[in-house]
Write a protein of this length. Structure first.
Length: 316
């Protein structure tokens, strides 16, 4: 056997393999270098397609933010402060932890500074439990309701579990609905969130933004992800209000800002649906009265939804 010839064959094969691997390495490096440009090109294409579909977007930030996975125990903070309320008739649902109240004497607001008047009223700490822990949300408010969202050291809670909704009759506040999230605990270290621009484009390519529509506003806030073992998990969520140009109907879309997934089929109240539902009322007539007795949260999760009650009359 000609071993010399075999050696040359192996040498040629190894040289060919080296050339192939070197070429592949250069190709991969080339792709990495231009990945940002490709992403920019894809984003530009999506924006062009949105314009073709007559979707008005406006200026959206492309900057990433930061957020946490947060946890809150299912407790009853509002229920433990009901005796502080006066000059109003209220009903408290200890299953949903929702307080509904009607003022004995409506609060008169100034037409030019209605928001400032109501903010000042909340800061006094009178007649609204934890009132100074809410901030006004113009995007969720309407002509017949003023919506305040709960604020925390981690950011706003844009979710029906942390809302204060005032019902208006002209220039008067006649009633309100309130929910409140108890103490929050950080479950994981701070993580990067997607940008507002990324969230809107994800909604578009997922067919969540129809033709002939407009992005009214886009805001990052915490919303419920899941409820498990007596705790509620909250994550940072991009809230995107979409308005149909023809009908002016609006719907609120939600995108998990940590894992870029769309949150659907929530039934937690005004924040997860159109603005018109923000002042909806519970038709369960048994909620018209409440009790001062406390209820263990674990028993609430294992039992059917019931309303325990006793009447609290308005005082003048």
């Amino acid at each position: 056997m000609d071993f010399r010839r075999i050696e040359w064959i192996f040498l040629i094969v190894f040289i060919g393999l080296d050339i192939f691997l070197s070429f592949s390495y250069m190709q991969n490096n080339s792709k990495i270098v231009f990945s940002d440009d490709q992403a920019t090109s894809t984003s530009s294409t999506i924006l062009r397609d949105m314009r073709d579909d007559n979707i008005t977007v406006g200026s959206l930030s492309t900057k990433q933010g930061e957020g946490y996975y947060l946890s809150s125990q299912v407790t009853d903070p509002l229920g433990s402060h009901l005796d502080e309320l006066s000059n109003q008739t209220y009903a408290y649902n200890r299953t949903t932890h929702t307080l509904r109240s009607e003022f004995g004497i409506p609060i008169l607001l100034s037409k030019k500074k209605a928001v400032a008047d109501l903010e000042k009223y909340l800061k006094t700490g009178q007649n609204i439990i934890f009132g100074d822990q809410y901030e006004y949300s113009a995007g969720l408010s309407s002509s017949d309701s003023m919506v305040f969202v709960q604020k925390t050291k981690y950011g706003s809670i844009i979710d029906a579990q942390g809302e204060l909704i005032f019902k208006l009759d002209g220039d008067e506040v006649i009633s309100y609905t309130q929910t409140y999230v108890g103490d929050l605990t950080v479950l994981r270290e701070k993580q990067a969130t997607i940008s507002a621009n990324d969230a809107v484009q994800l909604l578009y390519i997922s067919s969540e933004i129809p033709e002939n529509s407009k992005i009214v506003w886009c805001k990052l806030g915490y919303s419920e992800l899941i409820s498990v073992r007596g705790s509620v998990i909250f994550v940072p969520v991009w809230n995107v209000m979409v308005q149909h140009k023809g009908t002016k109907n609006e719907s609120l879309k939600k995108v998990n800002a940590l894992n870029s997934t769309i949150i659907k089929n929530q039934s937690t109240g005004s924040s997860t649906s159109s603005r018109s539902t923000s002042t909806s009322t519970d038709t369960n007539s048994s909620e018209t009265s409440i009790t001062s007795a406390s209820v263990d949260s674990s028993s609430l999760l294992n039992s059917t939804q019931t309303n325990v009650a006793a009447t609290t009359p308005a005082t003048n």
